[in-house]
Design a binder for this molecule. Sequence first.
Ligand code: AMP
Ligand code: GLY
Length: 450
Amino acid sequence: MGTLARVKILVIGSGGREHAIIRRLSSDAPAPDLHAAPGNPGIADLATCHEAVTTLDLDAQVELAEQIRPDLVIIGPEAPLVEGSADRLREAGFTVFGPSAAAAVLEGSKTWAKEIMAAASVPTAASVTVTEVEELEAGLDRVNPRGEVPYVVKADGLAAGKGVVVTTDREAALTHGRAVVLAGGSVVLEEFLDGPEVSLFCVSDGSRVVPLAPAQDFKRALDEDAGPNTGGMGAYSPLPWAPQDLSEQVVRTVAQPTIDEMAARGIPFVGILYCGLALTSQGLRVVEFNARFGDPETQVVLERLASPLAPLLLAAARGDLQQVPAPHWHDKAAVTVVVAASGYPALVRLGDEIGGLEQARQLGAHVIHAGTARRDDGALVSSGGRVLSVVGTGPDLSVARARATAGAQAIALDGCHHRGDIARDAAEAQQAVASPSDAEAAATEGKAGA
Ligand code: AMP
Ligand code: GLY
């Protein structure tokens, strides 16, 4: 590839994360030639969408790549990774950012992830895996002997963030566990982790690790962290309350040991190692690993990335992160508020018309499409539980949050809902707190916690 050639990039996926990745790639200079499969109506403004090539149709993905010959393929969602999309595309000779099916098991199986963490001495919640209904009671007693803290019950496989129940109600914990076991799955019962949560995306080339900026995600459906777990209802970055050396700590104690352990087992991990962490009173603990960018955290993290994205991901995909300088960051804040369809995260109503996008833009936000489609008559309609991810940026979290919230309120969609408290506590703390030592105190007290 000559220095003047535009890099051609194919992004697999159709959600908010992929729209955010493409938005950021489109502002690299020179802008890459961008393709998406299948993409979505928001992505269509920035890239050529190959709508017929769906996220799980691996044959069609290889066929498309052979036709358009991208320099890089980025696989957005976990499902194609776990199915082996990266393997198929690599076998066909393409450069791919995203782990092999074998490495994506780090997200695909919580039990397996626990085994890797134990082998690599990575701090995480104590857990037991249970495959029989009769073992549930004893399992809960083992991880939560006094029953004084909430029970944490997780389906072992992929569940789009919805397979986890955290509850003080022992009966509800048992009911969820039974449902998973009776459906043929295994259940991971975990020690409860207190303290605020942080998502840190670590780019890896199989041996090296480069952290992006930390973000915080809001997992529960309703304000004040009420309601069920979701895929994520909003996010913000930076985290003014977090320790200054958080990323460095996570790389040293979590990401690098994990990447080393994977490499030692002959399963190198190339892509994003998403470290979901709790900053507990006992120190930093891994809540979960994912094998890809998080959604909606990507919408805020990439908004703050000042250095180009394509060379970073390309270097990782080629196995040589040393080729690129460390990423640098805009000194601005970004907040995203997810607008969800009626009923989300339970049974959602789809196909409703969406309006107000232009108004949201006029209020200073930008709108990322997460679950949208074009009807035959051209109208924009809802096609997923999380419909839009409205993003605000500004010099601090208060301004960014005001823009994102005003934008979300401007969206017209029957029965839709969004949280009103995304980044609220952190924005208030940022206003109140001036010195780094106070910021650390706020973090330990969990004032800005998820
Ligand atoms: P996961 O899919 O494992 O990330 O879990 C989804 C969400 O459930 C997390 O983001 C946490 O908010 C919560 N959660 C998961 N595991 C724990 C735990 N051990 N202690 C407390 N909360 C947890
Ligand atoms: N926002 C959580 C996730 O992407 O898994």
